[in-house]
Design a protein around this ligand. Structure first.
Ligand SMILES: Nc1nc2c(c(=O)[nH]1)N[C@H]1C(S)=C(S)[C@@H](COP(=O)(O)O)O[C@H]1N2
Ligand SMILES: [Mo]
Length: 539
C-alpha cells in the first residue's frame, strides 16, 4: 500500500513520541535565546556596553514594575535585589523560549512570532534608556535575527529527524532533499543544538566579561587625585566609638556601605566627560565641569545616609566622610526664582530626586556635590564621579548618584522617580534606634551583658536613648560622642544579666525633645517607625 501525504507530517503522525519531539523543540527555543544573547553581547563589543539587551530589558522591568513588586523585591532580597532580578529574568527567559520552541514545532510560525516580538520589546527597552543612543539598538537587532535563523534551522533539522524516524515514512515519499536515515538526521539536529549552545555560552560569557570590564571605571578612579579640602572635618573623637563587640562602627567602611539604586548596570562616567547643568527657574544657566568643580573649595563632612526602605532594625544606613562642594553656592550663581521650591536632580541613567530648594540653600545644612567618600574618590556604585549628599533627607529625595543635571522647579510641576511609585514627595529621615548586640536569638554568658547599638536623627540629633528589658522600666543608656547632629550615635547599656530568655526594646529621643513612638509603621510611604526589639538568652 502506498501512502501519500501532501503536507509535512504532524508530530503525532511520526515515530518519535510527541512528548519527545516537543522536548527537543523546547531545547531549540532555549538554544535560540542563548544565540540571541551571545550575538548581542558580541555586537556590543563593537557598539559599546550600553547596548546589552539584558540590562536594557532589566532596567525597563525595574522602571515599569508596580511599586508593590519592587518593594517586595527590596524587602525580600535587600541589596541583593538585582541578583534576584537576574535569576528571575533567567528563569522567565528559559520558560518563555522553551514554550516558543514548542509553539514553533506545533503551530509554526508561532515561535518565530514570539522571538520577533521579544526582540522588538527588547529593542524598545534598550533604545528608551536615558543614557542610550540609537547605535545601542544594533546588538538587539542582530541578536533577534540570529535567534530567528537558529530557531528556523533547528526546526527544519528536527522535522527531518522526526520524519526519518517515522515507520515506513522514508520509503513512502520522494521528497527532496532525500532523508539520510534516522541516525544522520538526529545527529544533524543534536550537533547543531549542542554546538550553538556551547559556542553561545562560551563566546557570550567572554563578550559579557569584556563589556563589563569596559564599563568599569576603576582605572579612571584610580588615576584621580582629589584636592585637599579647604574645610577639613574635625577628627572623630575617641569617645564616638564605644568598646563593645558587635556594635556598628561609627564610620562605615566603604566596602560595607549599603547600596540601593535602580541601576542594573552601574553608569560608567569618565570625569573628563562629566558636567553638571543647572537650569529651570533661574536667572542664568550654569554648567560646571569636573575640573571646575575640583577647583572650587571642597569641604569634608561626616553624614549618615539612609534609605527610606529601611525596616526598623534594618541595615540600609551608613555613615561616611563626604568630600564635596556646597550645592548652595552653585545654585546661588544660577539665581533661583522666588516661586521655585524644588530642585529635581537627574542622574546619567535617568533616576531623579526632588529636594526642597530651601534645604539646599540653607547655610546650616551641608548639602554637597560629593566627589569623595572616606578619603577616596566615590566608588563607581556610590556615584562616581559626582553625587549629592544632603544630611537629614532620605536618599531617594536627595542623594542622586552620577548626578548630571539640576533643574530648579516646583513640587507642583515636577516629581522625583519614587513619588509616582508610592513614596512621599518629601522624605526627612525619621528618628530611629537600633539594637546591634546581643543579636536576636543569641545566647550570651551571664554577667555584665552590653546591650548596644546606634540611634539617629540626622540633622536634628539624638539626645537620649533608653532600653527596657522584659517590659520593665525604661533605663537610660550611655550615649557616645558624635561629630555632629548629622550622624548617628552609638549607645550602650551594660546590663547585669540574669539567666533565662529576655527581650530588650530600645527607643530614642531627638534633640527636639520628641521620643520615638511605639506604634509600628512600614517603610512606605515615608519611612518605618517603631521600637527595635531583640530576644536573646543568658546562660
Ligand atoms: N542615580 C541614582 N541615585 C540614587 C538612587 C538611584 O536609584 N539612582 N537611589 C537613591 C536611594 S533610594 C538611596 S537610599 C541612596 C543610596 O545611596 P548608596 O547606594 O550610595 O548607599 O542613593 C540614592 N541615589
Ligand atoms: Mo533609598
Amino acid at each position: 500500500m502506498s501512502v501519500r501525504l501532501e503536507n509535512p507530517p504532524r508530530p503525532a503522525d511520526v515515530g518519535m513520541t510527541p512528548r519527545a519531539s516537543s522536548g527537543w523543540a523546547a531545547l531549540a527555543g532555549v538554544v535560540s535565546v542563548a544565540a540571541f544573547l551571545a550575538s548581542a553581547e558580541i555586537v556590543a563589543l563593537a557598539t559599546g556596553p550600553g547596548g546589552s539587551p539584558l540590562f536594557g530589558v532589566g532596567s525597563a522591568a525595574i522602571d515599569l514594575a508596580p511599586a508593590a513588586v519592587k518593594n517586595l523585591m527590596v524587602s525580600l532580597f535587600g541589596t541583593g535585589d538585582k541578583v534576584a532580578l537576574f535569576v528571575l529574568m533567567g528563569v522567565l527567559l528559559v520558560v518563555i523560549t522553551a514554550g516558543a520552541g514548542v509553539l514553533e514545532w506545533r503551530r509554526p510560525p508561532g515561535g518565530k512570532v514570539v522571538f520577533g516580538l521579544g526582540g522588538v520589546i527588547a529593542l524598545v527597552a534598550v533604545l528608551t534608556r536615558a543614557d542610550g543612543s540609537s547605535i545601542d539598538g544594533a546588538p538587539t537587532a542582530v541578536g533577534t535575527l540570529v535567534s530567528l535563523l537558529v530557531l528556523t534551522t533547528l526546526m527544519t533539522r528536527l522535522r527531518r529527524w522526526t520524519t526519518s524516524s517515522a515507520p515506513g515514512w522514508a520509503a513512502a515519499t520522494e521528497p527532496s532533499p532525500p532523508l539520510r536515515g534516522e541516525g544522520m538526521e538526529r545527529r544533524g539536529f543534536l550537533t547543531m543544538a549542542v554546538a550553538v549552545g556551547v559556542v553561545s555560552a562560551l563566546a557570550g560569557t567572554g563578550a559579557r566579561i569584556v563589556n563589563a570590564t569596559k564599563a568599569d571605571v576603576r582605572a579612571l578612579r584610580d588615576a584621580l587625585r582629589l584636592p585637599k579640602p579647604a574645610v577639613a572635618a574635625d577628627p572623630v573623637p575617641a569617645g564616638a566609638s564605644l568598646d563593645v563587640d558587635g556594635i556598628t562602627p561609627y564610620v562605615t567602611p566603604t566596602g560595607d556601605f549599603y547600596r540601593i539604586d535602580t541601576a542594573l548596570q552601574v553608569p560608567s562616567i569618565d570625569p573628563a566627560d562629566w558636567s553638571l547643568r543647572i537650569h529651570g527657574l533661574i536667572d542664568r544657566e550654569v554648567t560646571i565641569t569636573f575640573d571646575e568643580l575640583l577647583a572650587l573649595p571642597l569641604e569634608e563632612h561626616y553624614a549618615t545616609l539612609s534609605c527610606v526602605s529601611n525596616e526598623v532594625g534594618g541595615d540600609l544606613i551608613g555613615t561616611a566622610l563626604w568630600l564635596g562642594h556646597p550645592i548652595r553656592t552653585l545654585l546661588g550663581r544660577a539665581g533661583p526664582a522666588a516661586d521655585a521650591d524644588m530642585v529635581l536632580s537627574t542622574s546619567s541613567d535617568g533616576f531623579t530626586a526632588g529636594t526642597p530648594l530651601d534645604v539646599l540653600l540653607d547655610d546650616g545644612t551641608d548639602a554637597i556635590l560629593a566627589v569623595g567618600m572616606n578619603g577616596e574618590p566615590l566608588p563607581q556604585q556610590h556615584g562616581f564621579p559626582v553625587r549629592m549628599v544632603v544630611p537629614g533627607l532620605f536618599g531617594y529625595v536627595s542623594a542622586t548618584k552620577w548626578v548630571v543635571d539640576l533643574e530648579v522647579t516646583r513640587f507642583a510641576d515636577a516629581e522625583g522617580y519614587w513619588t509616582p511609585r508610592g513614596w512621599d514627595a518629601l522624605g526627612p529621615v525619621k528618628l530611629e534606634s537600633r539594637i546591634d548586640t546581643p543579636k536576636a536569638g543569641a545566647s550570651v554568658d551571664a554577667g555584665t551583658v552590653p546591650i548596644a547599638g546606634v540611634a539617629w536623627h540626622p540633622h536634628t540629633g539624638v539626645s537620649r536613648v533608653e532600653v527596657r528589658i522584659d517590659g520593665g522600666e525604661w533605663v537610660e543608656a550611655e550615649l557616645a560622642d558624635s561629630v555632629s547632629a548629622d550622624t548617628w550615635v552609638q549607645w550602650v547599656h551594660r546590663w547585669d544579666a540574669a539567666s533565662g530568655d529576655h527581650t530588650v526594646q530600645v527607643r530614642a529621643t531627638g534633640a527636639d525633645g520628641v521620643t520615638q513612638s511605639e506604634s509600628p509603621l512600614p517603610p512606605a510611604p515615608n519611612g518605618a517607625e517603631g521600637w527595635d526589639e531583640h530576644t536573646f538568652s543568658v546562660r
